[in-house]
Design a protein around this ligand. Structure first.
Ligand SMILES: [Zn+2]
Length: 399
């Protein structure tokens, strides 16, 4: 299989080691509801898991929930809720949305707050290595000590700072030696939840959470580490710096996969802009199959724009597949070329998850079934349609 690796910026052959793939996907920060951009990201990895399993590869699929974070605390204050209740409530909603979208369950769904001890271990290791420093109960990673910093994002240090500042960095923190240094452990602030640590009470930095959880469940060299494209910098860059310096094992992730953003009303879909299309709302009207077909009529690495008027078209396509899947079969021999569709479908998925081409093949197979003579035996073609559709997560239930 060929997959694009964000680190090399090229398509590479992905080889399975020992019949097993470990995959870690950065999950949600639970303070607001799942939008269709999240769904596009997580269902992309869902298809990858489904495809590996279809090939007989054993997959361990880990996703985390960033259940302690600035955004959770801020939102909890805004709405007057306990941060823990807010995080639990939004996590439940996310899992419900994913289930309704027919996503495979995660093998490990890990909460940051359950892994504080593992974060301490990595933080201490970075201190021991001389790559981190403690000031006033907070611990920071010293970016200038890591010559490889930037190898994933390919950004210069000058380019990094404004992006980091948009994504949670606090450049004016007086404790820091350099504004780009990032926090591994932050000292207790008034009114915030805290955990004990060797450096005093506080809470973890964002990036250390994922390094601790991914290495705990998948080891020091992970096959695939992924998430939304906005995580390349700083989140994943910082994760590499933490993991590779703490463990000495390189690469921390063999493949870095990132899913493109989804736009709406000509802008990036985001909580701050308020231009969100929620999975929950779409599911009130449209079937999961229709939503999946529309999402994956776009390639995961191409930024695209969600258009409300497209849903009807993909709902019709989903219905057509369902009709083909369940039409009455005859017993006369049929000339449907199942293998041609199957091999083209598989070739498309193997080619860096070319889901638009795979959907094209699936629709062609559905069309061949639906237009075959009423007397034709289409049962084998229907079985192939179900099998291939399952890789895309389709359930063939029309709405
Ligand atoms: Zn993460």
């Amino acid at each position: 299989m060929r997959l694009y690796n964000s680190e090399s910026r090229g398509i590479e052959n992905f080889t399975v080691r020992d019949g097993h793939v470990g995959m870690y996907v950065c999950g949600v920060t639970p303070y607001d509801t799942t939008h269709i951009g999240h769904a596009f990201t997580f269902l992309t990895f869902d298809i990858l898991v489904r495809y590996f399993r279809h090939k007989g590869v054993d997959v361990t699929y880990v996703q985390n929930v960033t259940d302690i974070d600035d955004d959770v605390l801020r939102k909890a204050r805004e709405v007057g809720m306990n941060w823990r209740e807010l995080a639990d409530q939004e996590t439940r909603k996310f899992l419900q949305d994913m289930q309704e979208l027919n996503a495979v369950p995660f093998d490990h769904y890990t909460a940051a707050t359950d892994h504080i001890a593992e974060m301490h271990t990595i933080t201490q290791r970075l201190l021991d290595e001389g790559l981190a420093y403690v000031v006033n109960g907070s611990v920071y990673f010293e970016v200038s000590k890591d010559a490889k910093f930037g190898k994933l994002s390919h950004l210069s240090l000058e380019e990094m700072l404004p992006i980091a500042n948009e994504r949670g960095n606090k450049p004016d923190d007086p404790n820091k030696r350099d504004p780009l240094d990032f926090v591994l452990w932050q000292a207790a602030a008034p009114g915030e939840p805290t955990w004990e640590s060797p450096w005093g009470p506080g809470r973890p930095g964002w990036h250390i959470e994922c390094t601790a959880m991914s290495t705990k469940y998948l080891g020091q060299s992970i096959d695939i580490h992924g998430g939304g494209g906005d995580l390349i910098f700083p989140h994943h860059e910082c994760e590499i710096a933490q993991a590779e310096n703490a463990t000495g094992v390189k690469p921390f992730a063999r493949f870095w996969m990132h899913v493109a953003m989804v736009n709406y009303d000509d802008e990036k879909m985001s909580k701050s802009l308020g231009n969100l299309v929620l999975a929950h709302d779409l599911l009130k009207t449209w079937s999961p199959d229709a939503i999946r077909l529309y999402l994956f009529s776009n390639h995961y690495r191409t930024e695209w724009q969600f258009l409300d008027e497209e849903m009807q078209r993909w709902s019709d396509a989903a219905r057509a597949l369902s009709v083909a899947r369940y039409r009455q079969s005859g017993s006369a021999s049929s000339d449907i070329e199942i293998e041609a569709n199957r091999s083209a479908f598989v070739a498309a998925i193997e080619d860096d998850l070319d889901t638009p081409a795979a959907i094209h093949e699936l629709s062609a197979l559905g069309e061949a079934i639906s237009t075959a003579s009423p007397k034709a035996d289409v049962s084998h073609a229907q079985a192939a349609l179900a099998e291939l559709g399952n890789i895309l997560g389709l359930s063939f239930v029309a709405r």
